[in-house]
Design a protein around this ligand. Structure first.
Ligand code: ADE
Length: 251
């Protein structure tokens, strides 16, 4: 997969894009990442990229006559998505990451300052993504979050056994707890079932733990999770246990 990033701060990407899974993906040529400095497309000797907003109000706006030629030059004849990172975009989550990973190429446009001239949106942007309901100083950190989450879904990136289908959110549930050696640490022991060697029982236990954790932390996710009849009964038991505990506290 090829990803092009248009940014005023390409140097921000150096650490994260050259470390761990992203570095491996690039090294194995599964991710072809290109960073472009928007300032290289400015049209004057001061390398201006922004200007004050029409109508006043303060802040600086990224200029359409810089952004549009930059995006068009990088896109070439391709009709790949040009995604503006923006707090006004559609909210990024697991399914969006999987969807974006299906493309052979993505272009991510990082806004900065107060925003971008609306005409850049109209002329070149095909999609807009927000990583959450808060405002970042620029789109760079958001672009890195999107790249990381998308690249995990490129076949081969996570190794042959690929763990992405077990990730939290992959099946609509959060993952349950994990343990590694030592079997006992400060008096806390690993659940015996994980050491039983009974793979069927372990898989069932893990699934129940995922349901339990999701119910405790993000119960709204359970509305869309595909649960078997047995799992629904387990969920009902959890609710009953909690109601019982509540009754003990407040008789
Ligand atoms: N740029 C500024 N805030 C952002 C957000 N929440 N998501 C994506 N890009 C942004």
């Amino acid at each position: 997969m090829r990803i092009d990033v248009l940014t005023l701060f390409p140097e921000m990407f150096e650490g994260p894009m050259n470390t761990s899974m992203l570095w491996k993906a690039r090294d194995r040529q599964l991710l072809d990442l290109h960073l472009h400095n928007i300032r290289d497309y400015s049209r004057d000797k001061h390398r201006t990229v922004d200007d004050t907003p029409y109508g006043g109000g303060g802040g600086m706006i990224l200029k359409a006559d810089v952004l549009v030629p930059a995006a068009e030059d990088v896109r070439g004849d391709d009709d790949c998505p040009i995604i503006l990172m923006s707090p006004q975009g559609r909210l990024f989550h697991h399914d969006v990451a999987v969807e974006l990973a299906q493309h052979e190429r993505l272009i991510l446009l990082c806004g900065h300052y107060e925003g971008v001239d609306e005409r850049a949106r109209e002329l070149v942007v095909t999609d807009e993504i927000s990583i959450g309901d808060y405002v970042l100083t620029g789109g760079e950190l958001a672009a890195m979050v999107v790249i990381d989450a998308v690249v995990r879904h490129i076949p081969g990136v996570l190794g042959a056994e690929g763990a992405q289908h077990r990730d939290s959110h992959a099946d609509g549930l959060l993952e349950g707890p994990h343990y590694t050696r030592p079997a006992e640490y400060r008096g806390l022991t690993v659940p015996p079932i994980l050491q039983s060697g009974n793979h069927g029982a372990i898989a069932k236990w893990r699934r129940q733990q995922a349901i339990r954790r999701t119910w405790q932390r993000r119960p709204e996710l359970l509305r869309n999770a595909a649960l078997t009849e047995e799992e629904k009964r387990y969920l009902a038991e959890l609710a009953e246990e909690a109601a019982e505990a509540e009754r003990k506290v407040k008789p």
